[in-house]
Design a protein around this ligand. Sequence first.
Ligand code: NI
Length: 203
Amino acid sequence: MKDSFLKTMALVAGLAVLIAAGAWMATKGAGNGPGGGFAPVAGASIGGPFTLVDQNGRTVTEKDFPGWLLIYFGFTYCPAVCPTELQKMATVMKKLGPDKAAKIRPLFISIDPERDTPEALKGYVAMFDPRLEGLTGTVEQIEAVKREWRVYAAKVQDPGASDYTMDHSSFTYLMSPDGRLAGLYKAQDKAEDIARDIAGKLE
Ligand code: NI
């Protein structure tokens, strides 16, 4: 338990270093397109093959998602961060315009598979954007994608409540059709800047 916690923290620290390096590169003006300001993440070893369950209860793998993906990891019980980020993702899709947005599949992957059933996910994601698709899976399947995408997520028991909540990292990942990380966006990044960055990468 402690060992896996340390490993997770090491992964999160690795992501933070990646972003810090990107911020430093941005101030130096190196490697940024007209969108500017985002981490040069091309080639970072994030993401990989997966087996999950979609919002209709079907088993899916990375082969079912061959194009550009915009992925956010969260959970439907999240009181604040996930709804904000999914709303932002919907805004990004709108700002991209229909032609560019049609090249991207936005995904919400649950880090709380014990409560996020396919049905729960389906109703939840539809509130943000009809194009947004929810994916969940077994605990083991979700642990595997968390490792691949270096997502930190852990149950937190609120002493005043009967139910638990989830503490989790919050990044939006742009994956290119070859399965590589093409963009990594933080909670502080604005929808219009993200949309401009993605638009530049789709060309
Ligand atoms: Ni959340």
